[in-house]
Design a protein around this ligand. Structure first.
Ligand code: NAD
Length: 260
């Protein structure tokens, strides 16, 4: 891969003011892409983050506020961007509860943000990709798109759905220079995972280190978290010419989780 092989391309990464989305935005900007980063907030920090990425990588980076639970705002994110050669659907939330106690509004929010947003952004982005004869749609699913865990009904359902959407997108776009794939990370230490640690400590009556080792990473045979840079590097690979014939599939970045 030429170090600046994405010069002239515009990438949009949903949910990218922290965690994995930010790692992907960094990787794409580092390869020369202009990037739109996004979240539902509109703070000085959000705009400062875009400015600092722009300065660091010498490419245009803009911040666009859009709430991925709103179909209209999903479409506005794409339609108001200067272009969309690369679309990364990454925004996601989590809620952990038994099915019979799972709050219906949390189910609806997770399905909207983790699954339906990818449908709306993809629908808005495809026409320009078809016109250009080139495009990359990368959906951030999860090891929970391939396997299940108790207490994560909405998340597991949404992530399985994201993989189905990725396959259908790939088939409709096949032969037109456009690929669509899903990346399936195992545990990556980001705010969404940090927020689960206190509950797990309480549930299992364990300290932080023991919860991380014996509960969270118990499913990850490598015994280590994946990093945001590793997921970013995987997204970058999917944008390269080497990945031109990779479409409609999943790439796991899970330390062996789904091999078990
Ligand atoms: P995170 O909490 O750091 O990032 C989530 C991002 O989504 C944030 O930028 C947040 O602002 C944004 N977001 C949340 N609600 C939004 C909304 N309504 N509209 C727009 N943006 C919104 O967590 P993360 O771990 O970086 O998660 C990113 C993605 O990776 C998610 O889809 C998550 O399911 C997936 N994932 C994470 C892990 C992990 O272990 N961290 C593993 C597998 C998959």
């Amino acid at each position: 891969m030429n170090g600046q092989f994405l010069r002239g391309k515009h990438a949009i990464v949903t949910g990218s003011n922290s965690g994995i989305g930010l790692g992907i935005a960094e990787a794409l900007a580092g390869a020369g892409a202009e990037v739109t980063i996004n979240s539902f907030t509109d703070s000085a920090e959000d705009h400062a983050l875009a400015a600092s990425l722009s300065e660091k990588h010498g490419v245009g980076v803009r911040y666009f506020q859009a709430d991925m639970s709103s179909p209209d705002q999903c479409r506005a994110l794409i339609e108001q961007a200067p272009g969309c050669d690369i679309l990364v659907n990454n925004a996601g939330i989590q809620h952990v509860a038994r099915i019979e106690e799972f709050p219906p509004d949390r189910w609806d929010a997770i399905i909207a943000i983790n699954l339906s947003s990818a449908f709306h952004t993809t629908a808005a982005a495809l026409p320009a990709m078809y016109a250009a004869g080139w495009g990359r749609v990368i959906n951030i699913a999860s090891a929970h798109g391939l396997t299940a865990s108790p207490y994560k009904a909405a998340y597991v359902a949404a992530k399985h759905g994201v993989i189905g959407l990725s396959k259908t997108t790939a088939l409709e776009a096949a032969g037109k220079g456009i690929t669509c794939n899903a990346i399936c990370p195992g545990y990556v230490l980001t705010p969404i995972v940090e927020s689960q640690i206190p509950d797990q400590m309480k549930t299992h009556n364990m300290d932080r280190e023991t919860v991380i080792k014996q509960i969270m990473l118990a499913r990850q045979p490598s015994g280590a978290f994946a990093t945001t840079a590793q997921v970013g590097g995987t997204a970058l690979f999917l944008c390269s010419d080497a990945a031109e014939q990779i479409t409609g599939t999943t790439i796991s970045v899970d330390g062996g989780w789904t091999a078990l």
